[in-house]
Design a protein around this ligand. Structure first.
Ligand code: FAD
Length: 336
């Protein structure tokens, strides 16, 4: 039996954290099943990436060339298909990067296999692969097995330890069939760290609540100042930015908005449940539908002018009762 791990390189030729985490899972699964591990890499030049993980002891296949740098769906799919056919794998594991979350389900159709996405764990149980994933916004965990092969899975980030083990990889290069590809990439722009404020791998999370856009003690709103304070903090700490539902909904209600917030930032019952080690809520009341999104945040702090806000009801470790504008300005000064 062969377990194929397939990944694409990033703009800089490295493998992302989720790709390295997925490799740890694939290797553990192959070891547990007594199966061969094959690594398939896709990118403009994968030599450095292959060397960085050569210690996994797998056979290396690769589809390389400038066309494979851009993440075009049909090109990623053709490359994955060529590798999967060469590897003749029964189990295929890929990281749930934005590129592969799009392309890998298509691979299941091409190979006549089955795909499961958002997998959090795959392990060998009694000689068979058994996968787990969360349902209903991480309230229930499901256990899955399948008889159909190839069984293809994309693994979510943060569910295993990133693989470490470099060496010198011997790579077998494979040609993909791009004859049916009609999409022509015009170029590629990688998002700069400062533009991308949702950073799942960051140590800490800053949550901005609706208070930032509400009338303050002087009877005025100070949204521009709020934006400046929040962006300064993010730029200095590289923390991830989250928001309450009220704040992201304000744009739809015609209120003064924090320009860089979208519904993607919303944390909570109808938002996301990030996994940062530390979180700081600012100008956010700490209502239960918001705070349920914090269940994986280990250390919680909040700043609120209201000493009896939701956070004070046993929902955070430390509550600073005070004006977040003043406190965060001081924090930024200290970070200078
Ligand atoms: C079915 C359902 C699902 C929901 N899902 C979600 C969800 O996924 N995520 C979510 O966030 N909400 C969700 N909500 C909404 C949630 O119940 C709250 O309405 C929302 O979280 C409130 O947002 P907020 O705390 O930012 O705003 P507010 O309740 O308006 O609180 C603003 C806070 O800012 C404080 N403040 C103001 N100025 C300052 C200052 N200068 N310094 C410090 N503090 C200040 C105020 O004291 C206040 O506590 C849901 C509600 C329902 C009914």
């Amino acid at each position: 039996m062969t377990v194929l791990y397939i990944a694409h390189t990033e703009c800089d030729g490295t493998l992302s954290k989720v790709a390295l985490e997925s490799l740890s899972t694939a290797k553990k699964l192959a070891d547990g099943l007594g199966a061969e591990l094959t690594v398939g890499l896709v990118g403009a030049d994968v030599a450095a990436a292959a060397d960085s993980i050569a210690g996994c002891g797998a056979k290396f296949l690769a589809v390389t060339g400038p066309a494979y740098n851009d993440g075009v769906y049909s090109i990623d799919l053709a490359a994955a298909e060529a590798i999967a056919k060469a590897a003749e794998a029964e189990i295929i594991i890929a990281p749930a990067t934005s590129r592969y979350s799009r392309a890998i389900p298509g691979l299941a159709i091409r190979l006549g296999g089955r795909v499961d996405t958002h997998i959090s764990c795959v392990e060998a149980v009694d000689g068979k692969p058994v996968a787990k994933r969360w349902f209903y916004r991480q309230r229930m965990e499901g256990t899955l097995t399948r008889e159909e092969r190839p069984w293809i899975m994309t693994l979510d980030s943060g569910c295993s330890v990133a693989f470490e083990g470099s060496g010198s990889a011997e790579i077998e290069t494979i040609e993909a069939d791009l004859s049916s590809v009609r999409t022509k990439p015009m170029g590629m722009e990688c998002v700069s760290e400062d533009e991308q404020t949702i950073r799942p791998d960051a140590q800490s999370l800053l949550v901005a609540g609706a208070g930032w856009s509400k009338k303050q003690a002087d009877g005025e709103v100070h949204v521009a100042e709020a934006e400046d304070i929040i962006l300064r903090f993010l730029s200095k700490t590289k923390a991830s930015l989250g928001s309450s539902k009220s704040l992201v909904d304000i744009s739809g209600e015609g209120g003064a908005v924090i320009s860089f917030l979208t519904h993607m930032h919303q944390i909570g019952q109808t938002g996301s449940s990030p996994r940062h080690a530390k979180g700081l809520a600012t100008c956010c009341h700490g209502e239960e539908p918001h705070v349920v999104g914090w269940r994986f945040i280990k250390e919680r702090r909040a700043i609120n002018t209201d000493a009896s806000c939701g956070w004070a009801q046993g929902k955070c470790d430390v509550l600073y009762v005070g004006d977040a504008f003043e406190i965060m300005k001081k924090v930024n000064e200290l970070l200078d």
